[in-house]
Design a protein around this ligand. Structure first.
Ligand code: HEC
Ligand code: HEC
Length: 397
């Protein structure tokens, strides 16, 4: 009968310590990731993003083109999307995914005049907020005639009360300020909601040491980075960003790839007219920079394997075609461009001849001579394709 309380106490402590250790090992105590609380503006933005009543047709919301179930790109394989008051207007450019955009810097030119940053294929908007006004007023998209028309729709739509709570009813009398408030809400939603930047692909798990790449994916990853092979990472950056942020697969720069003309865009492109990208920005600020005619933004490659339409003009419908184009553009141009009556290949046929010298023909993989072996052979292309599938969000072991 010696000191039973102490033994009991020890037993209790030992049990508690054991349970705690077991709980930690099994992860019982790891707090579940708390759902991120969106700010009131972002909550309004979420509703507006999915609200077709903000469009002149009453049928088209942001999500109608940027479908959340298709990584915020279109779910269909049209080269460009339909919009306008009657939903019968064909857009001029393919619709990008909206994922990972909130890390995009504002547009700027460096000391050498090299452009980077900005939103849209030609970087003409400097922030997500500035960007959002574009589709709301674009005659071929949501087609509001002006800020007043939009505010009229909004004040009669399902989110009028919420708008008043967040921004105040006085904005109904100030259409321009109300339009900017709508844009702010949409921008906050896109940058706050983690579904726009989940960093939860197989590749992210691999970087965290929680998954392995298959042999084909690992070979593809090496080819992607190899400056003598794919050299893809020269533009589609594969390095960690500031604070160890996982790679975004774009350096936010611009380049001219000489993408073939898309005959399916004929309704929007009169013969002889060309989409010149950067040098033809509507604000006219880069008109003198003819070296940038034909240059478009380097898009992220995250979720690229879920896309059904590629490049600014939606010319290609499969990733395999895109990769073969990259490596065969210069070695076998007849596979990618139409033939003239005299049998000559019409290279770079989506650009007026005088701008052909601005097409990138010096960097790997575009540095090969006619008839030479492509920078990646067919098996290597398959490996790069396998790697690109690891960049799709939503990997669950
Ligand atoms: C009719 C289809 C359509 C609708 C509706 C639409 N977009 Fe877009 N979106 C596009 C196209 C096309 C582009 C690229 C246009 C360009 O580069 O000139 C684009 C580009 C963007 C970009 C820039 C992407 C990048 O890579 O820089 C953002 C952000 C965006 N849209 C957000 C929105 C928001 C927010 C809405 C709703 C207010 C919206 N979009 C409605 C088709 C659409
Ligand atoms: C010198 C810069 C550069 C290099 C190197 C490069 N890309 Fe690109 N990539 C771009 C640009 C610019 C675009 C957009 C061009 C356009 O639409 O006109 C693009 C577009 C793409 C697209 C289409 C994405 C979309 O959303 O439409 C894919 C896929 C792609 N690149 C994969 C690759 C792969 C794989 C490699 C390596 C074999 C590679 N790129 C090398 C600059 C580059």
């Amino acid at each position: 009968m010696k000191k039973p309380p102490l033994t009991l106490k020890r037993l209790v402590w030992a049990t508690a310590a054991f349970t705690l250790a077991l709980a930690l090992t099994l992860g019982w105590l790891t707090p579940a990731p708390a759902p991120v609380a969106l700010s009131p503006q972002a909550q309004l933005g979420l509703r507006l993003f999915h609200d077709p009543s903000l469009s002149a047709s009453g049928k088209l919301s942001c999500a109608g083109c940027h479908d959340p179930s298709a990584a915020h790109a279109p779910a269909n394989d049209l080269p460009t999307q339909m919009g306008g008051p009657q939903m019968d207007q064909m857009g001029q450019r393919s619709t990008p995914s909206l994922r990972y955009l909130s890390f995009t810097p504002a547009f700027g030119l460096d000391a050498q005049g090299k452009p980077s940053g900005g939103f849209f294929w030609d970087g003409r908007a400097n922030s997500l907020q500035a960007q959002a006004i574009g589709p709301l007023l674009h005659p071929k998209e949501m087609a509001n005639d002006n800020a007043a028309a939009l505010v009229q729709r909004l004040s009669q739509g399902p989110h009028a009360r919420l708008f008043e709570e967040v921004f105040g009813a006085h904005l109904w009398q100030q259409p321009q300020a109300a339009l900017e408030a709508v844009a702010l809400a949409l921008a906050r939603y896109q940058s706050e909601d983690p579904q726009f930047q989940p960093f939860d692909s197989l590749f992210d798990a691999f970087l965290r040491g929680q998954a392995t790449l298959s042999p084909a994916q690992a070979r593809g990853w090496a080819l992607f980075k190899d400056p003598q092979k794919g050299n893809c990472a020269a533009c589609h950056t594969a390095d960690l960003g500031p604070d160890g942020r996982h790679p975004l697969f774009t350096d936010h720069s611009y380049d001219n790839l000489g993408v073939p003309r898309n005959p399916k865009l004929i309704p929007t492109q009169a013969p002889g007219s060309h989409d010149l990208g950067l040098c033809a920005r509507p604000d006219g600020t880069l008109r003198q920079r003819t070296d940038l005619c034909g240059a478009f933004k380097v898009p992220t490659l995250r979720n690229v394997a879920t896309k059904r339409v590629f490049f600014h003009n939606g010319q290609f419908n499969s990733l395999s075609e895109v990769l073969h184009f990259y490596v065969e553009r210069d070695t076998h141009p007849e596979r990618w461009y139409p033939l003239r009556a005299n049998g000559q290949v019409e290279r770079f046929n989506d650009l007026p001849k005088r701008w052909h010298p601005h097409v990138n023909q010096s960097e790997v993989p575009y540095d090969r001579a006619l008839g030479a072996a492509p920078a990646l052979n067919a098996a290597e292309v398959e490996d790069v394709l396998a790697f690109l599938t690891t960049l799709t969000d939503g990997y669950r072991p």
